[in-house]
Design a protein around this ligand. Structure first.
Ligand SMILES: [Zn+2]
Length: 214
């Protein structure tokens, strides 16, 4: 079932690895299909052995529809978000280094540069602490989610919500870039965030004018 989409989700995992956002077995990508089915990474399979056919398909209640392997331990988190946010069609979770540094420091990321304003349009918020493997991470995420569409999971890592697989991949890559630059900037002393009106302007410009028109 959904062989072509499974190849796309598999490719997304390899992109995370190529950008050094995941290591060995950590992190996962899921994609919502036909509104109520979800393709998700199997639990604990290292990236160098992971194949498209290893991906698991579950329904929104968490029952397995297809796949030999157990789905990711974060499946309940992904499903909670899909059930509650109709606009979300893809979710990525990583422990990418600099986002995890902010998670450990228990700090959100203020908008310090134009690249952050362009892609996210708001500070990247920090969730309350929630244990892995239940809906608690999903609830903690919805409590702080803003237009950025990404959150820092306290003491844990990154959770990225996308309207499509490509949207989620792009946000996962840029979130780590922004976290890295912001970390070094904040280490240098007191840094003023961009004014809110400028952030709004950059975000709107980027989301209406940037890139090639279709
Ligand atoms: Zn994790």
């Amino acid at each position: 079932m959904f062989e072509e989409l499974k190849r796309e989700v598999h490719r997304a995992h390899l992109i995370l690895e190529r950008y050094n956002l995941v290591a060995y077995t950590s992190g996962n990508v899921s994609l919502r299909v036909e509104g109520e089915k979800v393709i998700i990474k199997p639990s604990g399979v290292p990236y160098d052995r992971f194949k498209p056919e290893d991906l698991v398909i579950v329904n929104l209640e968490g029952n397995k529809i297809e796949g030999e392997l157990k789905p990711s331990v974060d499946t309940a988190t992904h499903l909670y978000i899909y059930r509650n946010l109709d606009w979300v069609n893809s979710i990525i979770h990583t422990h990418s280094t600099f986002v995890t540094v902010f998670a450990m420091m228990e700090k959100s990321i203020p908008v310090l540069c134009t690249a952050h304003a362009d892609v996210f349009g708001a500070e990247i918020p920090l969730t309350e602490y929630a244990p892995v493997g239940s809906e608690a991470i999903g609830r903690a995420t919805l409590n702080v989610l803003n237009k950025a569409g990404v959150v820092i999971l306290r003491k844990h890592g990154a959770l990225i919500l996308g309207k499509s697989l490509e949207d989620a991949i792009k946000k996962a890559i840029f979130m780590e870039e922004v976290a890295k630059a912001s970390y070094f900037a904040l280490m240098s002393g007191r840094i003023e965030p961009l004014p809110r009106e400028e952030v709004e302007k950059l975000y709107n410009q980027y989301h209406t004018k940037y890139g090639q028109s279709k």
